[in-house]
Ligand binder design. Sequence first.
Ligand code: C2E
Ligand code: MG
Ligand code: MG
Length: 725
Amino acid sequence: MTTAQPPGAGAAGPGASPDGPDDRLRRFAAIWSRAIYPATATSMTRAEFEQHLVPQARRLAEALRTRPFDPGAGLEVGAALVAAHCTEPASLPHTLGVIDSYLTLYCPPDEPQPVEQLRARCTRLQHAVAEGFAEALRERTRSEQESMSRAALRAQAEAEQALHASEARFRAVFEGAVIGIGIADMDGRIIDINESLTRMFGGLEHHVRSRLVTEWTHPEDAPGVWAMLAEVMRGEREHFRVDKPYYRNDGTVLWTNLTVSLLRDREGTPRHVLALIEDITERRLLNLRLRYEATHDALTGLPNRTFFFERLESAVAAREGGRFGLCYLDLDGFKTVNDHLGHSVGDQLLVAVADRLGSCVTGPGQLVARIGGDEFVALINDPPEQKDVTDFAERILDALSEPVSIAGKELTVRGSIGIVDGAAGRLGAAEVLRSADITMYRAKAAGGNRYEHADPEADTRAITRHGLTNSLPRALQRGEFFIEYQPLVRLSDGQVNGAEALVRWSHPMRGVLGPDQFIPLAENTGLIVPLGRWVLEEAVRQAREWKFQHIDGRPLRVNVNLSPCQLHHPNLVRDTVEVLKEAGLEPSSLCLEVTESALIGADESLLKPLRELADLGVDIALDDFGTGYSNLSNLRRMPLSTLKLDRSFTRGMQRDPADPVDIKIVEGIVSLAHTLDLAVTVEGVETGIQAEHLRILGCDTAQGWYYARPGPPEHLHTLSLADAT
Ligand code: C2E
Ligand code: MG
Ligand code: MG
């Protein structure tokens, strides 16, 4: 039997140095550490780890030597290895190998023991270490699993809590939202609705829930809304938003702004349809109200110009075979009602007219509107026949024919109507309206209380007039006017004793325009006053020139036409005197022609300026005499010196023999004029026969193409020179 010796005890020991048991223990720990350090997951350094193994080595050494033998230390060492994270698969066999090879060598018992016994103890310690290791590892795995499952449980609990919290938050939002929220499944069954939604629909939850979402139709649904919903329900569209009406449970209409969204689950499968519904009924009513007010006339409640124009635009827009008819009505003499009976009566009259016009509407395609003070229109969409438009105009005149009773007075209402009808797509709305307006004026000019049909030629004339009126003011500034002179010939001796100044407009685009084309426009716009003054200045200046040029120095008079407007102008006398003075021409060289119509019914205030001028020596002639049916006895009180007989009286004398009636009439007028001390001038003498008759009848002066057409001032000079010779 051999006995084991500590390494320091014999010359054959690996550490032959004479170190003590502690050193030997440390060396054993070093060998152990080298063997298993690479297989640890410890955060210790190798030195620290080695240090850490020293107590374990001591335990093993003590177990080896202690009697009775107790392998429990091995169990503890195995567990300690696990605790030190030496859990790699290789660490146990390496540990066992180190114990097997070096424990008895480096940690021998204090007293020699039989080698077999030591080996047996060492082997049992190894078993114990292995068992302790395995047990500890099992224990650790179990506790790790336990802590993992605890963590998992905790995480689950937390997730559930979070889900619960988010669910609670969602519920709070769902229930408390002012907006209505509804959730349906993919078949359109309503799963959940919030209180706001129930309230919006009239308060009965089952009323909302009992129907599929696809059943909530309304006749005013926007086009395409159901197609979009179907797309959402098939999972082909994510969301859409529309204004949509619903019926509440009491049958009233709820207007909403509806947003529909598709809800998908985590995998992306469509699960639910979400509807967010905002009640916009009031907002819509307000909008409708505002729109109504913006498109209706406050006084009569009829559609206004804006509304009518929208309708007219769509009626005249190009449509295959589309037609339209328009009656443009303007009341005759409405201004008089307003001026004499007051605006309140005027307003009541307009309301009554609006009512009557409303009664003329017989079908859905007809619209009556008020587009101005006393201007109304009727629009007829696609009239079956042209006659239907005329019928409408007749119904209007008929409806107005009964007097309107306001504040105890019976008021007669009349109107003038312009009718435009035709195929859509030819004229724009503005053109149609203008044409109707122009036509209405034609009806008015023809006496009113009637209708007229639009006539493109008449329209053109009116439009030309309009264009001329606009360019009149500039024409004067640009010097586009000029004067032609037509001689006045003394019948007794055939001498030229004056000329009439006749104004012309050299229009840059239209050529020379005669006074009939623009004098009425100048009168309407008031431009006649500056134009008239320019003619006066120019003619007077010309007369003065003639005076100096004339060989025998006979005074040549100039006749200047005065329009009614000029007659009423307060500066007439002052201006005339000024002009004469400036030119240095005596008043008797000027004759002012005033038309008979301008003087009909003239009172003293109108005659006063003429009288003043006559007193100064200016001649006053009554132009176009015989066309205005003036009371002959009136001639006496007028400050006249000449009657200019209208051309119509002398037409009958162009023939031979002359018309005896014309001869008689002219004879009578001449005799009457001479009795009143008035000279007689005859206009429009075109033939020598006429001239001869007039001379015999005692007319004083003649004017006409027979002598000369109106022309430049030099022509007159030639003519009078020729006469003089
Ligand atoms: P009025 O004063 O009666 O002028 C005579 C018109 O008869 C002129 O027409 C003249 O050209 C035309 N006439 C002359 N002889 C004959 C003839 O033998 N046969 C025919 N068929 N016609 C003849 P006009 O120049 O076109 O003037 C038309 C009217 O315009 C004038 O009629 C006058 O009332 C007005 N007028 C012309 N110049 C002025 C003006 O400066 N101021 C104003 N306020 N009115 C004017
Ligand atoms: Mg004249
Ligand atoms: Mg005349």
